[in-house]
Ligand binder design. Structure first.
Ligand code: HGY
Ligand code: MN
Ligand code: MN
Length: 418
């Protein structure tokens, strides 16, 4: 394991996510307006894939692209007919995000394979590195796209025809990173994803390694409220059909209902209105249309279902006012998923052998791993997020924790690939 090479690739990958190309090597160099904007389909996204594929080829991996644009890099084992060990994550970022969410799992898997190769470690199973398309949903309508298509949860057509904020289809935004290789999950035995925790547990409890036992359920709702654009000066208050006033009510409703649900269930329930776009968004025009994105999560599916019903009811209520129309669409609907005991124990053993304190935990973040967990024996390895922050320009994982995470990943891959 070469920490310097791993760090070089992660810092370079970070620079390929910033419009100013700046290389950030330490927490102190972070700044609030220098996050990553590597949205799927962007020029930055293409540059990062170019770099990754170049590194995969330097490591003499067989590089292949599937029809939704997932990228795979394969190192053969002694027995090519054995089911493979797969490891990877995503390269796309959220808006103004951090440089570890996604690339840590991709470059970490690459470093594990480079180490295995340089050590001449004999393994029977093939090892496949996977880079999934559009995990964050920060450009196209929804997230987890590449792993949803790979696991058959959504069709290839549904994935390819997703639209981004500029009205571009995903199939036209993959800048050549699409092919006709289609990996069959029946050929994969194990999947491991290394990822920053993105929450406060490891950082506050002082652990370097988290072993994920279950991954949160996740639903995304897209709510559209339509009223009537009109003049802000001449339209009497009682004649208005103001979409934004109703959207404001919905934001408060979601927040208060989520607090109530979290207290009632004393669990991991959370809900967020992360996106709100008023049209035409001019100070002197009564907003005629508002689109809201609502993110709902829990490790218990029944709580998510109850909450979705409550939101639907609230939205339908707006529609009972003449002149107000509403629509509530389900964009993502993922049940909570359990990880494989066998892979969890393999990771725990690797951490023990490396004399690293590890704890088993849940993931409040969604991941490509949850799409694979239903079909392939899957687990995740977490490393601390400094101050528990992620999806933010302040996202950071200390290099010694990166080092520990990749060493545990490498050891676990070796064990599973024997
Ligand atoms: O939203 C999530 O939980 C993940 O970081 N995409
Ligand atoms: Mn991620
Ligand atoms: Mn993320």
């Amino acid at each position: 394991m070469a920490l310097e090479r791993l760090k070089r690739d992660l810092v370079k990958m970070g620079s390929l996510g910033r419009h100013n190309g700046s290389m950030v090597e330490s927490y102190e160099e972070l700044s609030v307006d220098n996050g990553l904007w590597r949205l799927e389909g962007s020029e930055l996204s293409k540059a990062s894939k170019d770099y990754l594929v170049q590194k995969m080829k330097e490591a003499e991996l067989k590089v292949r692209y599937d029809s939704i644009g997932n990228i795979f890099g394969r190192k053969e084992g002694a027995d090519p007919f054995k089911k493979a060990v797969m490891s990877g994550s995503h390269l796309d970022s959220v808006k103004n995000g951090g440089q570890f969410d996604g690339p840590l799992g991709v470059i970490g898997a690459l470093e594990a394979v480079r180490t295995i190769k340089e050590e001449g470690f004999e393994h029977s199973r093939p090892i496949e590195i996977a880079v999934f398309v559009g995990e964050e949903g920060s450009a196209f309508e929804r997230g987890l796209v590449g792993s949803e298509v790979l696991s058959g949860n959504i069709s290839l057509e549904q994935g390819l025809n997703l639209v981004n904020n500029e009205g571009e289809l995903l199939k036209n935004a993959l800048s050549g990173y699409r092919g006709n290789f289609n990996l069959d999950l029946a050929d994969i035995e194990y999947f491991l994803e290394l990822h920053p925790e993105q929450g406060p547990v490891l950082d506050t409890e002082g652990f370097s390694i988290g072993i994920v036992e279950n991954i949160t359920g996740l639903s995304w709702l897209r709510v559209v409220i339509e009223g009537e654009e009109n003049h802000a000066g001449t339209t009497p208050m009682k004649m208005r059909k103001d979409a934004l006033v109703r959207a404001a009510d919905l934001v408060t409703f979601v927040h208060e209902k989520a607090q109530e649900m979290a207290e009632k269930t004393a669990g991991s329930f959370v809900a967020t209105v992360g996106k709100i776009e008023a049209h035409p968004s001019a100070t002197n025009i009564i907003p005629g249309r508002v689109e809201l994105g609502i993110d709902i999560r829990d490790t218990r599916l029944d709580n998510i279902e109850t909450f979705k019903e409550a939101v639907n009811e609230r939205v339908e209520g707006f529609g009972r006012t003449p002149g107000i129309k509403t629509k509530c669409e389900l964009l993502i609907n993922k049940p909570p998923s359990l990880c494989s005991k066998e892979v969890i124990e393999t990771v725990a053993k690797a951490a023990r052998e490396l004399d690293l304190a590890a704890i088993k935990m849940s993931s409040g973040a969604a991941h490509d791993a949850q799409n694979l967990a239903g079909k392939v024996k899957t687990a995740m390895i977490f490393v601390p997020s400094v101050n528990g922050i992620s999806h933010s320009p302040w996202e950071w994982t200390d290099w010694d924790d990166v080092d520990k995470g990749v060493r545990v990943l490498t050891r676990a891959i070796k064990e599973l690939a024997r």
